[in-house]
Design a binder for this molecule. Structure first.
Ligand SMILES: [Zn+2]
Length: 407
């Protein structure tokens, strides 16, 4: 456990929320009584720079190396085209390198748009070989000075350095941004995207507080991090994808502008109020679920991905939920880590006739599709309650008190 800020090395770290110990969200259990390891999960924010962070990250060797998974293969990304357009508008580029290229989907799309040399760094061997199968050059490594020097020796410096949904996982931010600068040509372009934590701060959502993420960015804090390394953000795009996505384009500048002080103060104030916002949501949800159950409603979690696990275990809601449903067949028949809810196919919802409260733990962009599908097959009173921002998760709580009325 560290006591200094990952960004500015300051020591004035303010506790935001303590979500107790919990297991790794991806590791579903084969049986309800299977043993599992748990890890502390708490957030602090730095009163000097505003970075929201976990101070006790799980060893990456435990988190990443003995477990092979691949995200982008099963996560549709509707904003991908817009990001590619934003990048290509900064070109032309003779070459590009992606830190954490995963299965190569994004890098291949850039190659298809005419960037002649596209190279990736990827520590996960399964994802990396999928990227290689797409014809991309991939270095199997974590991001470090050694691999950068090897890449420079083989390819020279790069017009475009990019990284998507990686920087929030990185324990050593200085190393990461230094490696960007090491590979980037003097007039080169940097593209970064990452989860935007501001929507979660605004509504008290803890579904994005995930053990794999060690830093939780907001726009002004990211601006100041890059400024510390001589990089200035020249364009910002935000998407309502997942818990919120923050994408930026930056370039090296002789004299870099810092974020507006008022903006930095605003996100620090939100960080200071976050713990209370989460506990307020939790109290409303507990009260509403207890009332719905007392009126005879069954309570079901839909979606056992990271966000569902983080909310169920973070708020310790297992005693208020009957079981979980998920439409990925490989998850069915298993048990959620921590709360140990059984995972069933959503077709079980068509079997009963009593009222059901369905807690939606899917990204907002998929909720309408899920709701329509369940309404089509389950002929019983249904109440849907989202657990995930960017929507305001506090608004649907009012519907919970009425969930049993329809019975
Ligand atoms: Zn700091």
């Amino acid at each position: 456990m560290t006591d200094t800020c990952r960004l500015c090395k300051g020591t004035d770290l303010e506790p935001m929320i303590d979500l107790d110990r919990r297991p790794i969200a991806h590791r579903l259990l084969e049986s309800r009584d299977e043993a599992e390891d748990t890890y502390p999960m708490a957030l602090h924010f730095c009163r000097d720079c505003g970075l929201i962070q976990g101070l006790d990250p799980i060893d990456p060797e435990i988190l990443y190396t003995d477990f092979n998974y691949n995200f982008s293969a099963w996560k549709p990304e509707p904003h991908l085209e817009d990001e590619i357009d934003a990048i290509m508008a900064q070109g032309p580029f003779a070459n590009a390198i992606e830190f954490g290229c995963n299965d190569g989907t994004f890098l291949k799309a850039l190659a298809d748009r005419g960037i002649p040399v596209c190279v990736g760094i990827e520590p996960n061997p399964v994802s990396g070989s999928m990227a290689r199968d797409k014809g991309l050059g991939v270095y199997k490594s974590w991001v470090n000075k050694g691999v950068c020097d090897k890449i420079i020796a083989e390819h020279g410096l790069f017009d475009l350095v990019l990284s998507r949904q990686v920087i929030e996982h990185v324990p050593d931010l200085d190393n990461f941004v230094s490696c960007i600068n090491r590979l980037l040509k003097k007039d080169g372009v940097l593209f970064l995207d990452m989860p935007d934590f501001e929507p979660s701060l605004l509504v008290g959502d803890c579904s994005a507080v995930w053990e794999e993420h060690v830093s939780y960015f907001t726009e002004p804090v990211l601006r100041n991090l890059l400024a510390c390394h001589g990089l200035e953000i020249t364009e910002v795009r935000k998407y309502d994808f997942s818990s919120g996505c923050l994408a930026v384009i930056a370039r090296a500048k002789e004299s870099v502008t810092l974020a507006d002080d008022g903006e930095t103060k605003r996100v620090m104030d939100l960080a200071g109020a976050y713990g209370g916002a989460v506990r307020g949501f939790e109290a409303g949800l507990r009260e509403g679920l207890a009332r719905a159950r007392a009126q005879g409603a069954e309570v079901v979690l839909y979606g056992v991905g990271v966000r569902g696990c983080c909310t169920l275990n973070g708020l310790d809601l297992s005693g208020l939920v009957d079981y979980a449903v998920d439409d990925q067949p490989e998850r069915q028949g298993k048990f959620m880590p921590g709360c140990r809810l059984e995972i069933r196919p959503s077709s079980v919802l068509s079997e009963g006739s009593g009222p059901v409260v369905c807690l939606l733990a899917v990204n907002n962009e998929n909720e309408d599709k899920v709701e329509a599908k369940i309404r089509e097959t389950a002929d019983r009173p249904l109440t849907f309650v989202t657990l995930c921002s960017p929507k305001d998760i506090n608004i649907p709580l009012a519907a919970l008190g009425r969930a049993g009325d329809a019975a």
